[in-house]
Design a protein around this ligand. Structure first.
Ligand SMILES: [Mg+2]
Length: 398
């Protein structure tokens, strides 16, 4: 039973919407994010030029809304689209409706273990994450508190960002502390592709100077031998700071070998497509990486990220969440082992700073000169509102 003064949960609803936003791969033609990026599908020439060609944007955005009896609405956006909407409406909603919104632990536990026989990772945990984030948003709005305050408060006055996109040179001018490039050529493009990867990185190094961080995002596209050779050349010739998600997220053994093989001083990072405390425990216990990069909209939500982050802290591993806008900002500002954050450059160029989840959120803060003051997060919940002018679709009801 809800205590006096805090409204119970009345209704959970799931919507889908197309075009950018939380499903940031759902972009138009000519965007840097879909220009010959190295992927595991690039071994097939017909799927090499565009990730949309193999369906990277097939799901679209999921919006979860949780309404309390007093009419207060919490919401969150993530990926997962229509199949996630089915899971939320037909399966997960029952564990929230009629309940006290402060029961975040029990609700998470029931969502996870009721779906474990078909879930555990991927789409199901993606859907659970969306519900969990909407629940934290609702709780913050009911209490009149920002999520970061409910998580223990800020440990710094501001967030510092690196930028992900094809133009680290522009990111440097915009005040970011580093730039992460997508890798363009995978093992199927042979030695010629490897030389091209190094040449692109060297060209960017010459534009940004010696001291600016440069990173490479390999989006699960490499094998151990290729990743090892790329790591050595990129570090020796171009001063690479980290090599990200070089290998299949299922191949913990190859990550452990890559971390051993990589030059001292180069960081190995991964975890964007990992989920739950158990998945991240595997990455950390097997010493797969120096930085874990959970996406709070995919790994299980804030409730699960607390457990992942605490384990990382105890192991001396840095946790720099993947993208995810306000959902990660409210977390990163509360953690010493998250000293900076990622900003995804969603401008097609990308030559200017635009809100990461545009056009789905209203009031989404963006870095100014590569930084964001904690006061930009000082609104209840995650501090944003849903853009209700978008054509939202509710494919299922219950
Ligand atoms: Mg990445």
């Amino acid at each position: 039973m809800a205590a006096a003064g805090l409204s119970k949960i009345k209704h959970v609803r799931a919507f889908t919407v197309r075009g950018g936003g939380a499903d940031y791969h759902d972009q138009g033609e000519g965007h840097w994010i879909d220009n010959h990026i190295a992927t595991p599908m690039a071994r097939y020439p017909e799927y090499r030029q565009s990730r949309q060609s193999f369906g990277i944007n097939v799901l679209g955005t999921l919006i979860v809304e949780i309404e309390a009896e007093d009419g207060t609405i919490g919401f969150a956006v993530t990926t997962g689209g229509e199949p996630a909407a089915f899971i939320v409406e037909k399966h997960l909603a029952r564990f929230l409706e009629g309940r006290d919104p402060r029961e975040v632990e029990k609700i998470w536990d029931q969502m996870y273990f009721s779906t474990q026989y078909y879930g555990r990772k991927g789409l199901v945990v993606n859907a659970i994450s969306g519900v969990d984030l909407a629940l934290w948003d609702l709780l913050g709005k009911l209490r009149g508190e920002p999520v970061y305050q409910m998580l223990g408060g800020a440990v710094r006055d501001e967030l510092q960002f690196y930028a992900t996109g094809a133009r680290p040179d522009v990111a440097k001018e915009l005040g970011f502390i580093g730039g992460k490039l997508p890798l363009h050529h995978g093992p199927a493009e042979g030695l010629e592709g490897l030389h091209k990867n190094i040449a692109e990185l060297a060209e960017m190094r010459s534009r940004v100077g010696d001291d600016f961080w440069l990173m490479l995002d390999c989006w699960m596209s490499l094998d151990l031998d290729y990743a090892t050779r790329l790591a050595h050349r990129a570090y020796d010739e171009c001063g690479l700071k980290w090599i990200e998600e070089a290998l299949s997220p299922d191949d913990y053994w190859a990550y452990a070998a890559l971390k051993k093989n990589a030059p001292k001083g180069l960081l190995v990072t991964t975890g964007e497509h990992e989920a739950t405390r158990w998945g991240f425990r595997m990455l950390m216990d097997m010493e797969c990486c120096d930085i874990i990069q959970p996406d709070v909209g995919w790994c299980g939500g804030v409730t699960e990220l607390i457990k992942i982050a605490n384990y990382a802290d105890s192991k001396g591993v840095m946790m720099i969440p993947h993208g995810s806008s306000v959902y990660s900002y409210h977390f990163v500002i509360t953690r010493h082992n998250s000293p900076f954050a990622e900003f995804l450059m969603m401008h097609p160029g990308p030559t200017e700073v635009v809100p990461m989840f545009h056009p789905q959120l209203i009031g989404e803060p963006v870095p100014v000169n590569g930084r964001l003051h904690v006061s930009a997060l000082d609104k209840p919940g995650f501090g944003v509102e849903l853009n209700r002018e978008l054509p939202m679709h509710r494919p299922y009801t219950h």
